[in-house]
Design a protein around this ligand. Structure first.
Ligand code: F6R
Length: 236
């Protein structure tokens, strides 16, 4: 594992964007696994800057996102599809038809999960998976449990996740209670994994996840078994 500690969110974002940019430069048809939340905002802003500077071409790139809230469609400004369009896709030359976010409004969420995994498999897997980490150690929305789940699946969000994510909603009651998330198989099959975390509040979980025992009660700890994982942590 490559564990990098930096002293600012700006450095974290620059470094993460450089790593993703290199993947795109080396392979114009790269498959990017993307995340939402506050952590990647700076990384996406840097990628947009690089695109505007003519350094990057996303026209051949495909993207797959980790997760989506159940019941929110892409027009809902709290949905992760909306987040991705707003914070990245509409600013770069990615083909929107080559961007995927699980459909949280699918009638049959099990089928949606199966189709999502099949789609990733058919793409040949993910070249680089960007991840944040939840305060409870979740990656995607793989919440602490007795076991790791392989497939893209429906999850009941933990109380701590609902609490943490309520900052984006008018009230806690509005936070969806369920989500659909990529499972550990697609994440662990990614050729590279890049996890970014910032803030003092994440320090304890980052230590547990990367320097503690590998356990489904700290879902991110499974990444210790991945052969090419970079963790960038900034306390600020
Ligand atoms: C988002 C996701 C989540 C977040 C995590 C951290 O797509 O999969 O695992 O990465 O909840 O969120 P932030 O970055 O908002 O602290």
């Amino acid at each position: 594992m490559n564990f990098i500690k930096v002293d600012s969110y700006e450095k974290l974002s620059n470094m993460a964007a450089d790593i993703i940019a290199n993947v795109v430069k080396e392979n114009k048809n790269a498959v990017l696994g993307l995340a939402t939340g506050s952590s990647p905002l700076g990384t996406y802003a840097r990628l947009i800057e690089k695109y505007n500077a003519g350094e990057l071409d996303f026209s051949g790139v495909t993207s797959v996102n980790l997760d989506e809230y159940v019941g929110l469609d892409g027009d809902n400004d709290q949905s992760y599809r909306y987040f991705m369009n707003k914070n990245l896709f509409k600013h770069i030359n990615i083909d929107i038809n080559k961007t995927s976010v699980p459909n949280g409004c699918a009638k049959d969420l099990n089928k949606e999960g199966e189709a999502y995994d099949k789609m990733i498999e058919e793409l040949g897997g993910i070249d680089i998976q960007l991840l944040g980490i939840g305060l409870d150690g979740h990656i995607g929305f793989n919440e602490p449990d007795e076991f790791f789940t392989k497939e893209t699946h429906l999850v009941d969000l933990d109380e701590s996740t609902i609490e943490a994510n309520s900052r984006f909603f008018a009230s806690k009651d509005e936070v969806p209670k369920q989500a659909i998330t990529m499972g550990m198989y697609s994440i662990m099959q990614a050729k590279k994994v890049l996890l970014i975390a910032n803030g003092k509040s994440k320090r304890e979980i980052v230590e547990k996840a990367f320097f503690g025992p590998i356990t489904p009660y700290v879902p991110a700890s499974i990444l210790q078994l991945h052969k090419d994982v970079t963790v960038i942590y900034s306390e600020n």
